[in-house]
Design a protein around this ligand. Structure first.
Ligand code: UDP
Length: 251
């Protein structure tokens, strides 16, 4: 399958809408290796400016969706062709629906103790045919505990592994272990696990439609102001930068 990718400030993003992203996911389910899906927003693109390892991981990823309205603005300004924001939580929903109708299994790794469990319980209520293969919280103490989590995942061989360790930890974790994980798709889902656990509310549709989800999050969690300063910094940078590329890759 052909899937265009572009570079925004040197960071790879696939030129997909939600349908394209979902079709890529379906193609990954046919492969005999782990496919990696990541969902960067402007904050991650800014982090990647000082983190070459993160940049390289995104280049190597099988699908990188534009999960930030700032990325869509950047694309509009520089004619890169992103048609819409594709959210990680939205793609996760579509994957969960697919798992429900095909009786596939998932494993949820990450979130505070109880959050992964509560998220799984709520997913099961919404999608009763999904097989919850297992869950683990994301606060392991050392390498030993980390390897035990990997053993637990590999024992149950989930079709999909959702990893919620926050960015860029989850991207680095998936990348480091991609060759030994017994799953078809590993996706970084960040705070979506908190939404599924009912700890954080999804932005009402009116905010999402206007591209103001960030404003809703800021109202709800004012302590995020420091992190959110990356958005104006990003917008300023894209006005000045010429670091954009369009290219075609096979996935
Ligand atoms: N998290 C975790 N282990 C860690 C750090 C974070 O499990 O060592 C979890 C955290 O509890 C939260 C999720 O990762 O449920 C996403 O964190 P954050 O909101 O920082 O990430 P974002 O979605 O904004 O990238």
């Amino acid at each position: 399958m052909k899937n265009n990718s572009i570079r925004i400030l040197g960071v790879k993003v696939n030129k997909v809408n939600m349908d394209g992203a979902y079709n890529s996911f379906l193609a990954f389910m046919e492969k005999d290796r782990v496919s990696m899906i990541f969902t960067p927003n402007t904050e991650i693109v800014m982090k990647a400016q000082e983190d070459q390892e993160l940049k390289d991981i995104l280049v190597d990823a099988d699908l990188v969706i534009p999960d930030g309205i700032g990325l869509v603005y950047a694309s509009k300004l520089h004619g890169l062709g992103l048609s819409e924001r594709v959210t990680g939580i939205g793609l996760m929903d579509k994957i969960l629906k697919y798992c429900n109708s095909t009786k596939k299994s998932i494993y949820l790794f990450g979130g505070k103790p109880d959050v992964a469990k509560e998220a799984c319980e709520n997913i099961e209520i919404e999608y009763p045919n999904i097989k919850i293969a297992g869950f683990s919280d994301g606060y392991y103490k050392d390498k030993d505990e980390e390897l035990k989590i990997i053993d637990k995942i590999n024992e149950v061989k989930p079709d999909i592994l959702f990893v919620a360790l926050g960015a860029p930890k989850q991207e680095k974790w998936i990348y480091e272990y991609r060759k030994i994980l017994n799953t078809k798709v590993a996706m970084g889902v960040g705070g979506s696990v908190d939404v599924w656990a009912g700890k954080v509310k999804r932005a009402p549709e009116v905010f999402s439609k206007l591209g103001l989800e960030w404003l809703y999050r800021l109202i709800k969690e004012p302590s995020r102001i420091g992190r959110m300063m990356s958005l104006p910094k990003f917008l300023f940078k894209i006005l000045l930068s010429k670091d954009f590329e369009k290219e075609e890759i096979e996935i």
